[in-house]
Design a protein. Sequence first.
Length: 366
Amino acid sequence: GDGVPICQADSHGVHHSCGSLGSQQLRYFEGSLTMAYTVGDKCNHVSVERSSEISFECDRSNYTGAPAFVSEVDCVYTFVWPTALACPPRELECVVAGGKYDLRPLLDSRNWLVSKAEGVGGDYQYVIGGCSSIDFKELPKCPQIPGVGACRYHSDKQGTALGYVTGDLNEESEGVLHLDYHNGEQCASGQSSLVHVQFICAKGKGLGTPVLVGVLEKSCETKIQWETEYACAQDAPSSAKPWKITNAASGKEFDLTSVSHQLSQRYREQDGATYTYLVGLGGQAVVCPGHEGEKDVGACQIKNGSQTGYVLGKVNSSLHMSGGLVRVEYGGGQPCHHIQVSRKAVVTFECDSRQDFLEVLPEEEC
């Protein structure tokens, strides 16, 4: 009848409710996700009401999955339900080969609208999450599920998840990186959708734009190519130039020679806009979109969705002490919009268990 989520039918065609919809309870405890139903029909051999419990298990190879009966003990029926929907979202580092490739600047937008090669993709719109998952909250037509890496939707239809963030970013060859989004929704052939994204080094192209180059309906595969400056191998820092400073007051030496030569981090300002910050360390320059011809950029700010960044300061390898802390300053940046000063960036080094982690603090008058 109505309001019966789980029903038992015996060999004689007699049906029993194993719980009521109104009693439904979704529980999460210590990594286990379960759904419980109580207030079912009375049991024949014991004076209790039937009840059921479904344990959801993460299975990234199965989008919706299906429940399977496990056992019945004293009129308590247990089921297990493997499904990708029970998997926690997985985020990628977007860094390959120990920092040889760094695609984190592509995270300045979590929702990249994919351009389409001529004759490919039909009337559908495609969105991917760069080298991570999409921000589904900003895409009402896409499935509202964490961890979706790629989505396809039509102007008058609800979208489908083409794949989830399950694998890693890998180097295919010099200047070519590869990322797959697996276990999307089933297509007409009954297979799960799969998205192949190929990042190709294109110097001087900045962030670039993803392009849909192929849709293979029979095998449920979608192929995307993305030419971007950030798929180019970064120059290794010179080990011949030590980066050290000694605190004159205490005599303690700080050796930063082995620190990563480039760091990046996303940061959301109070106005809601999201920025990516790139900082070169130890005298290393960074590639700032829109300023590729400038080889002395030490710090760069990129606004969400923009193809052009702001130069925050020029390359500088001179460390100095301030209040017992080691600092490096990047001056000579672009003029500020609202005040007649040039932008400047300051990096302060602190002891932390997170190796080479860049934390962005609120901006103070450029």
